[in-house]
Design a protein around this ligand. Structure first.
Ligand code: PXL
Length: 275
């Protein structure tokens, strides 16, 4: 069985980060080892959330794993709290990366043209450094624009997306995938670029007019699980985009839907059979 290490916060209530990564990657058949970087009462879109930073636990936990000779087939990072924590994660990559370890970085820090609360441009720079160490990165357009110094645009064409991908590629990752890319009216999806082959991949499916928290984490976690199942990165992205869109649609149909996250619990059984 493949073993994945995922490093991100636990938002106890909110359906994002580890509370999505753990069930989704496990459901896709990989052992999922978690390294919580902070415990929050909720994600940061709630008011008055509590947050306990766990940076001081990272090194002792990693040392224990090292002493046990633990190895990982993939390391997947999401929302991290501070610049110092990003340095700690870079160190973890050095410690646990072996020839076959796939490193997937989702530089979670911004959306819709804006940084999340508590992040600044120094944090953006650090995330760009983390992306340089990855095999696959999956930023949204806002995160990509911030990391590459390009202007953020709500209206754009394929040339703008290709320029963003070219500049992301310069950061150093093997495969750069932009999420939330709409190249046709009524559609949305992903566009990626692979450094080794110089090939682009575009996948567009229906656009659903609803913005939900945690959908980026659902997409990334699904990609990680599918790649561990042996899927090519393009198939993994396509399945993750379809699954995320379907989950948003199912959530919208629930009269009691929570405002803070999607009902992925209702769709996980379908994910397992998705091709
Ligand atoms: O879904 C990304 C995410 C993860 N973790 C925390 C967040 C967010 C987005 O805002 O606040 C704590």
């Amino acid at each position: 069985m493949k073993r994945v290490l995922t490093i991100q916060d636990i938002s106890c209530l909110g359906k994002c980060s580890l509370t999505i990564a753990l069930p989704v990657i496990s459901a896709l058949g990989s052992e999922t080892v978690i390294l919580p970087t902070a415990v929050l009462s909720t994600h940061t879109m709630f008011k008055n959330f509590t947050c306990k930073d766990l940076s001081d636990q990272i090194e002792p936990i990693a040392n224990h794993w090292k002493s046990e000779g633990v190895k990982f087939d993939a390391i997947y990072t999401g929302y991290l709290g501070t610049r110092e924590q990003i340095d700690q994660v870079k160190e973890l990559f050095r410690t646990f990366r072996s020839g076959n370890t796939v490193i997937i970085v989702d530089p979670v820090m911004a959306d819709n043209g804006k940084l999340y609360p508590a992040f600044d441009m120094d944090y953006v720079k650090k995330n760009a450094e983390l992306c340089a160490e990855a095999d696959i990165i999956v930023p949204n357009i806002t995160e990509a624009a911030l990391m590459t110094g390009m202007e953020y645009r709500e209206e754009y064409d394929e040339a703008y997306i290709k320029e963003l991908l070219a500049r992301l590629n310069e950061l150093g990752a093997g495969i750069s995938v932009l999420t939330g890319v709409s190249l046709e009216k009524g559609k949305t999806g992903v566009m990626g670029y692979e450094r080794r082959t110089g090939e682009y991949y575009i996948y567009q499916n229906r656009r659903i007019d609803a913005a939900y928290h945690g959908t980026g984490d659902l997409f990334s976690s699904t990609c990680v699980g599918e790649i561990m199942k042996g899927k090519d990165w393009r198939d993994a992205m396509r399945i993750a985009a379809d699954y995320t869109a379907h989950t948003i649609e199912v959530t919208l149909r629930n009269p009691d839907k929570p405002w803070y996250g999607v009902d992925f619990e209702a769709t996980i059984p379908e994910l397992i059979g998705m091709e």
